[in-house]
Design a protein around this ligand. Structure first.
Ligand SMILES: [Zn+2]
Length: 267
């Protein structure tokens, strides 16, 4: 059986599946299923198995894959899930720009390589995680929109980690899915790797810190239950002021090839 745990809210049951290098979050809402990020391409089998063995449902019951950004551990399985099970994809309207052209191709290869390094460091068996660098979303999202089929979830554009990152926010339940924005190293909150646009990242943390949030769901690390989410995001913002270690600098250097970086002219 796929390793998992669940969390209950008034109108939601959230399933956390252990993916190849990240959590996969499957939200059950009035019997309907919403997938937050698709995991890596090799996580498709884990999602399928979980639906069938744990929920006794078909993966075709998943109404939507809502993708936060194009990295391998978030968008890697999305196209495969659509092809096999007919699950539509919602993502930022410009999500496919990040890996465009030759420099985008290079960045995509590097990101697949870096994801594999993470898998090896986590003592995972080596598996193929290469995926199509364009996901061609069925629903092109913008800041402030609501998720298709799940209008309780609001779309928030939170650039910084890369350019087209999204977070998803359930206002009534005060639940926020932040994907990579608060990572975890040995139980401590950590910045994502890389941060391509530090100034935008600071603004994104400020924005998330202004929302009433009692549960933060994450792709890397356990969910955070809190009565003071503003403080958590303020701390994340402070971490941006620390000078990057040589290791972090190396990752940043490997992450500055997307053609979007020059075009957007973010700081
Ligand atoms: Zn990422």
């Amino acid at each position: 059986m796929t390793q998992s745990r669940t969390m209950e809210f008034n109108s939601l049951r959230v399933h956390f599946l252990e993916g190849y290098i990240q959590n996969i979050i499957l939200v059950e809402q009035e019997g309907r299923l919403l997938l937050f990020d698709s995991g890596c391409i090799n996580d498709v089998k884990r999602i399928q198995r979980y639906c069938q063995e744990n929920l006794h449902r078909s993966p075709t019951d998943i109404k939507l894959t809502a993708v936060t950004h194009i990295h391998p551990d978030h968008a890697g399985g999305a196209v495969c899930l659509r092809k096999r099970f007919g699950i539509p994809i919602a993502a930022h309207k410009d999500v496919d720009r990040w890996y465009r052209g030759m420099s985008g191709l290079l960045q995509h290869q590097l990101d697949c390589y870096l994801a594999t390094v993470v898998a090896v460091r986590n003592r995972r068996r080596l598996e193929q995680i290469h995926y199509r660098r364009r996901i061609n979303p069925d629903y092109r999202l913008e800041d402030g929109q609501k998720l298709p089929f799940f209008p309780e979830w609001k779309v928030i554009h939170v650039p910084g980690h890369i350019a087209h990152d999204l977070a998803f926010y359930h206002e009534k339940e005060q639940v926020l899915y932040t994907a990579d924005l608060i990572c975890d190293v040995k139980g401590q909150p950590q910045l994502p790797l890389p941060i391509v646009f530090p100034q935008k990242m600071a603004e994104s943390y400020d924005r998330l810190g202004s929302l009433p949030v009692r549960a933060i769901l994450r792709a890397h690390g356990k969910p955070i239950i809190t009565e003071n989410s503003a403080e958590i995001f303020a701390k994340m913002r402070q971490l941006l002021n620390q000078p990057p270690t040589p290791f972090v600098q190396r990752i940043w250097k490997l992450s500055n090839h997307s053609p979007e970086i020059k075009k957007l002219d973010y700081k």
